[in-house]
Design a binder for this molecule. Sequence first.
Ligand SMILES: Cc1cc2nc3c(=O)[nH]c(=O)nc-3n(C[C@H](O)[C@H](O)[C@H](O)COP(=O)(O)OP(=O)(O)OC[C@H]3O[C@@H](n4cnc5c(N)ncnc54)[C@H](O)[C@@H]3O)c2cc1C
Length: 671
Amino acid sequence: MPLSGHEEPNRTGESWDLGRQRADTRPLSSRTSRRCWCSPCDAVWVLDSGGVRGSTTNSSAAWLVQFYSSWCGHCIGYAPTWRALARDVRDWAAVIRVAALDCAEEQNHEVCRAYDVHFYPTFRYFKAFTKEFTTGENFKGTDRELQTVRRSMIDFLQNHTEGARPPACPALDPVLPSDVLSLFDSRDGRYSAIIFENSSSYVGREVILDLTPYENVLVRRALDSDGAFLQKLGVSSRPSCYLVHPNGTRGPVDIPKPFRSFFSAYLKSLPGVKKKPLSAPEKPGREEDVASPVWREFDKSRLYTADLESALHYLLRVELASHKSLAGEELKTLKDFISLVAKLFPGRPPVRKLLEMLQEWLASLPLDRIPYDAVLDLVNNKMRISGIFLTNQVKWVGCQGSRPELRGYPCALWKLLHTLTVEAGARPDALVGTGFEGNPQAVLQTMRRYIHTFFGCRECAEHFEAMARESLDAVKTSDQAVLWLWRKHNVVNSRLAGHLSEDPSFPKAPWPSPDLCAACHEEVKGVDTWQEGQVLAFLKWHYSRANVLDTYSSDPGGPQEEQEKGRPAPRESWGSQHPGSFRPPDAPGPRPHLSENLPRRVDVRAQSPHGVEARVEPAATVPTLGAGFSSLDMSLCVLLYVASSLFLMVMYFFFRVRARRWRVKHHPPAV
Ligand SMILES: Cc1cc2nc3c(=O)[nH]c(=O)nc-3n(C[C@H](O)[C@H](O)[C@H](O)COP(=O)(O)OP(=O)(O)OC[C@H]3O[C@@H](n4cnc5c(N)ncnc54)[C@H](O)[C@@H]3O)c2cc1C
């Protein structure tokens, strides 16, 4: 079937003319995602925030788009299947295209929200020629295996109404027996191939689509319902291919195996059958031009404020943003989680103040439903000067990956969750008045609900939920809560060892490793065994406030940020050069690796239990006077206090004078 002459300009600058893609003149980096998890993306159409709407609206082809997140382990694990699918149906591109959009990319957040994407990966179909904006149709399949998705693409194409099918889409419905006879007689100089098969077979439709960009051959499918007719043709097995040559000779084709690939390859190899010169081009299989990320040296035995704050930024501004409004159980889960974090977050005062403000606001809300934008407004408050501020960009330090799509958010979320369990045990008073006090499971149960409701990686959330269902009820003390989360995290580590989402520079292994905590390990009959008492002590130190470093946490664009630019990533894994180690109970922890020449300030409040290891803060940060107040705040307070005292005094004298006049007027003194 000839390709359509339909001209389809779209906003991305792509246009299709007779099925040919005109050169997209924009640089590759502007068209594609920098953190492409599918690199090399070869046949996958990598969309960006500007492209997704333009590509899928009023397109002459249908689209199957995967909205994924480059940090989501399951998306990383699924990427090879998606690439293989795109390669497998590359020849269908004029009819239906396989695309991907990374919702973890900062510039794509808005568009993923507009498309109502809550979890990753999410698969959406977009019909050809949709005029209005649509969020697409969810992929419904028994599984996500390549063959299942490929067949669902065919079902989707057949679900288009007659006039709205992609113009390049050949007829996929079976021909009637009478039409089969007319194919025998046709003398249009082309081969006519008929795939005889039963009604549930997809082979015929797949072969038809595979041959879409080829000329001099017409492929149709026919059902095998008329046994006598097939016998007359000499067709004995199904599916089978019956070929009519351009010169009129015809007969069944002898194919070794009745597979789609065999039929398609045979037909493509017929003399005179070749790709149409203007057929849809293959997607370039170039490696992407990924800018090398700035590498930040770090110490694996420490926690970094930058990771914890980046996790909060991502959680509040991206993860929650996929929910346009929050109501019912979702809203309650958010309120509880924010109260927990507000009380226990071990970070810097400006962030703690912001969290407290958010918590108080959420607690005071009389509404059953709130738009997410209201939360965002509060989180984005512009009162940085008054010491209420949360960074609005991610900056991973202890959670850096050797590639940008590895580690990051899930790593920092784990760290945040561990700090919360440890802090809850260390400062039970902090939870007074929240409804969590005295309940050792409260912290874990609140996290569990958060993960279940909001964590973008659906499979991760389901696995976590299964682990919680199994054993969370057995937790009876805050120490057990700390150990429960540690154990479950190790279960996840061992499940993911060797998985595609594993960063080779940070292999998944039982944690803490002996170099971090030698006392945590013992050999019993030649088997490495955990010393849980020591593990608990280690966790309480590792995830304590005292172990948090503010290095790299300067404000965006500040001097430290500038200094970091251009620092190359180390060639070896950092662990070999800077083995961080935990040294309880009497040795001070390792010195932090700070940026060169940075002025530093040592916060003596934060001492390790066994040494003068301290929280080190860059002197460049805004000076604060505790509880999140800056010196400017204090001056304003004093000024306000003096002004209001003066005002009260003036009012006092004013009313005294008036009262005296009134008394004189109404009760003149008796003469
Ligand atoms: C709740 C949750 C469930 C997840 N489930 C899945 C899943 O089912 N499938 C999937 O593909 N991905 C899942 N992930 C993501 C995955 O666990 C990792 O976070 C991701 O692969 C990044 O790994 P990482 O190497 O940075 O180390 P992570 O496992 O993220 O660990 C981060 C840091 O925590 C510390 N740490 C490691 N182990 C422990 C421990 N046992 N106790 C305390 N601290 C520890 C280390 O310092 C480590 O660097 C999940 C993430 C979360 C937050």
